[in-house]
Ligand binder design. Structure first.
Ligand code: HEM
Length: 238
């Protein structure tokens, strides 16, 4: 089986193809469940929540890609960073549109009131604006145009992730300080994002890389060949 396949003019690895399929599946499932009335007794709320949740999961997965390459040498993960980030943005935008359009019929006055009553909505809006800026500038053209500033801009993914976590935790019916109610998921996601942020800090990153290089490495393919070399066979051949 070839390691990659050509679709139109671009080549895609199987992992990239699986990532695209995996990212589309929740959307297709949610659309089908919504249109066939299979989304709880409050389908709009269920749709809003599940779209938001999918956006969060994809955002966290996009944050895993760089450490996966840095610490495990998994270069293929770097190619997944952009599509995962863009899918996170698309799900978050749909989450926003379902809430403002389907739930509130784009009624500006009620939306402003909701924002005042539930400040986590404003936090979600700021996160969405950051994701919008990152998605728009994720193309090669912007990368060349912005030069060094591109990297600085794209570091905003971390504050965006923190805002999304705050938005998520705040939207749940629980008490984070007393660890009561629906707090388990926000706590788990915060721990994951916390670790992903910590391993980004240069001093911690260097320590982990040093530890990794001190560990015994599995033999490379050429070493394995040398180890299985049979001197008798070789003498017989000469
Ligand atoms: C203007 C932008 C946004 C608005 C108006 C908004 C609105 C909302 C609302 C109203 C809820 C509560 C739904 C409910 O429980 O009834 C919610 C929950 C949530 N939102 Fe957002 N949101 C926005 C941006 C985002 C972004 C950018 C993300 C992620 C990338 C996100 C992820 C979530 C998650 C994970 C939940 C909790 C879902 C659950 O209960 O499982 N939101 N949002």
């Amino acid at each position: 089986m070839p390691s990659s396949i050509r679709i139109f003019k671009a080549r895609f690895t199987w992992l990239q193809i699986l990532t695209h399929i995996g990212a589309w599946l929740p959307g297709i499932y949610l659309a089908a469940a919504y249109y066939t009335d299979n989304l709880t007794i409050n389908p709009i709320q269920a749709l809003t929540q599940r779209l938001g949740y999918t956006a969060l999961v994809l955002l966290v997965l996009s944050l895993v890609c760089t450490p996966a390459n840095t610490f495990f040498g998994w270069r293929q993960a770097l190619k997944l960073r952009r599509p995962l980030g863009i899918y996170a943005f698309l799900y978050a935008s749909t989450h926003f549109l379902v809430f403002t359009g389907l739930d509130y019929g784009f009624d500006f006055d009620i939306l402003v009131q909701e924002n005042l009553d539930k400040p986590y909505i404003l936090i979600g809006a700021i996160a969405l604006l950051i994701l919008l800026a990152l998605a728009v500038t994720s193309f090669q053209w912007w990368m060349k145009r912005l030069g060094k500033r591109w990297k600085q801009l794209h570091r905003l993914i971390y504050p965006a992730a923190l805002l999304v976590l705050l938005h998520f935790a705040w939207s749940q019916k629980g008490d984070l300080l007393r660890l009561q109610g629906e707090v388990l998921q926000p706590v788990i996601f915060s721990l994951i994002v916390g670790v992903l942020l910590l391993v980004r800090i240069p001093i911690i990153r260097r320590q982990i890389s040093r530890l990794r290089s001190a560990l015994p490495r599995p033999p490379s393919k050429s070493q394995e060949k040398k180890q299985t070399w049979d001197p008798h066979k070789s003498r017989a051949g000469s």
